[in-house]
Design a protein around this ligand. Structure first.
Ligand code: SF4
Length: 67
């Protein structure tokens, strides 16, 4: 699975980085940057980050294979 951020909706307060610091860091302006795919052990916290985002800007997507 992987996380996706809608940067148009994100307001950059960084709650997601507090919930999931292993995979989300903040840039100098407080907007989130993703570390990559979500390992199985972090799927629960990743779902929490999606659920708690006040702007509904985070999504958890299934990996799709490229052709
Ligand atoms: S919690 Fe949502 S709105 Fe806040 S920084 Fe993260 S993605 Fe953006």
């Amino acid at each position: 699975m992987k996380l996706s951020i809608n940067m148009t909706a994100c307001e950059g307060r960084g709650l997601c980085a507090e919930v999931l610091p292993e995979l989300i860091t903040l840039d100098d302006w407080g907007f989130p940057m993703l570390a990559g795919g979500v390992p199985p052990g972090l799927e629960g916290p990743a779902r929490d980050a999606v659920r708690l985002c006040p702007r509904l800007a985070l999504k958890l997507l299934a990996h799709t294979r490229s052709r």
